[in-house]
Ligand binder design. Structure first.
Ligand SMILES: Nc1ncnc2c1ncn2[C@@H]1O[C@H](COP(=O)(O)OP(=O)(O)OP(=O)(O)O)[C@@H](O)[C@H]1O
Ligand SMILES: [Mg+2]
Length: 387
């Protein structure tokens, strides 16, 4: 029986839980031509949500495309992928190859692209962005070119720009301003709306809210949070049932994952494996402490690959504050005795605290106490200090 849970990739359809309100809000804005920025902590479901919205909008006749900026760490790669995705969207509008070739020649006057039929009957599109790259020309031929094609076809389009904060990293490394050039072409588009997605909350929100930055006030910001417990509960029940397992006390899983869809999928996936390995998946399973502990252990172990590099991005003082809050938190005020363990002054604590809030690693809860945003990262940090 296949494992009914999925993580580490974009999920849609039966694997996707709820988010009805967010789907509606985002779809309505994009349909109306309003661009949006979706900001959240890591792995909370931005890409999946936009994939679901995309297919809804496609059904309504919108032309949709997605550029994933993750690991595009040079101007050439960013421009190349932007040109490729926009050209592909044009091809989707013009399936007759001859007509598409003449359209592409008309749009891409200075950007070279190789267009070749593939053996499976499709067409491969390979941009050849020369160096030094002419950022303005490539972007305006691709994005404004696509906008004009949509106008001619009397259609609206959506371009999802996933992990968009990567362009700020590339800008920081050199004198170019991809951010400003993107802003220019994005602003002039009339038939395309844009969804910017990103995880490094402060970096992306700075791009859209800091007065001196080119994207100031260009898009509506949507902050994506966790999923409510009721929806998660019925989702988990449904997925286990699809594998012939009737889990009785799903609240135990809900208590661990705290509304986080990625951890929901991970722990349930491990629990499923454990039940199958122990020959347990009888119709009704009660999740006792031992089973939950095994699932949590398996998940923490597999998350090490994510958590170690994440942990190493924090300087020592910030790591110490994370440990302190993971072990003693949620807290508003820190005890002098706890600071003494790290030979830390109140001032150093407050400085590191502010930096961690800014990075999106910490947040204030409903009682104005500081806590870790990621519930499983918190358990991992707290556990390290014990062993
Ligand atoms: N609505 C949902 N229903 C069920 N599972 C979900 C949902 N959203 C996300 N997930 C789970 O979380 C994982 C991460 O989701 P996704 O990649 O969409 O998040 P993201 O916010 O784009 O992550 P990243 O920060 O890595 O870009 C998915 O592989 C899936 O397991
Ligand atoms: Mg994503």
């Amino acid at each position: 029986m296949p494992n009914p849970f999925l993580f580490g990739k974009i999920v849609t359809g039966k694997h996707f839980c709820n988010r009805e309100k967010e789907q509606q809000l985002i779809a309505d804005n994009l349909l109306g031509g309003q661009s949006i920025v979706v900001i959240s902590p890591r792995r909370i479901g931005k890409s999946s949500l936009l994939a679901v919205v995309n297919s809804k909008l496609e059904k309504k006749g919108m032309a949709c495309g997605r550029i994933d900026f993750f690991a595009l760490n040079s101007i050439g790669k960013i421009l190349g992928e932007t040109v490729r995705v926009c050209a592909q969207m044009m091809l989707n509008q013009e399936t007759n190859l001859k007509k598409f070739l003449s359209l592409a020649a008309d749009v891409f006057k200075r950007t070279r692209i190789a267009i070749e039929p593939t053996p499976d009957g499709n067409v491969s599109i390979k941009p050849e962005v020369g160096l030094p790259a002419d950022i303005h020309t490539s972007l305006s031929e691709a994005i404004s070119g696509l906008d004009r094609v949509l106008e001619r076809k009397k259609r609206k389009g959506l371009l999802v720009l996933d992990e968009f904060q990567e362009i700020a990293n590339v800008d920081r490394a050199g004198p170019a301003s991809l951010e400003a050039e993107f802003r220019t072409v994005v602003q002039s588009a009339r038939h395309l709306s844009f969804a910017f997605l990103g995880s490094q909350a402060s970096l992306l929100s700075d791009m859209f809210t800091a007065r001196q930055r080119p994207f100031f006030q260009a898009a509506k910001i949507v902050e994506l949070g966790t999923i409510d417990n009721k929806s998660l509960n019925s989702y988990i029940r449904r997925r286990f049932r699809s594998a012939g397992i009737n889990v009785r006390n799903i609240e135990e899983i809900i208590r661990v994952v705290e509304g986080h869809p990625d951890y929901t999928q991970r722990i349930c996936s491990h629990l499923h494996d454990i039940m199958v390995a122990s020959g347990k998946p009888a119709q009704a399973v009660h999740l006792d402490d031992s089973l939950i502990r095994q699932g949590l252990e398996a998940m923490l172990e597999s998350c090490e690959l994510i958590f170690i590099p994440e942990w190493q991005t924090f300087p020592l003082r910030q790591q110490q504050v994370l440990s302190l809050i993971a072990e003693k938190g949620p807290l508003r005020r820190v005890a002098a005795v706890d600071l003494a363990e790290y030979e830390m002054s109140h001032t150093s604590f407050n400085t590191a605290l502010k930096q961690l809030l800014r990075k999106g690693a910490l947040r204030e809860d409903s009682n104005s106490n500081y806590c870790l945003v990621d519930p499983i990262f918190r358990r991992w940090i707290a556990r390290r200090s014990v062993t």
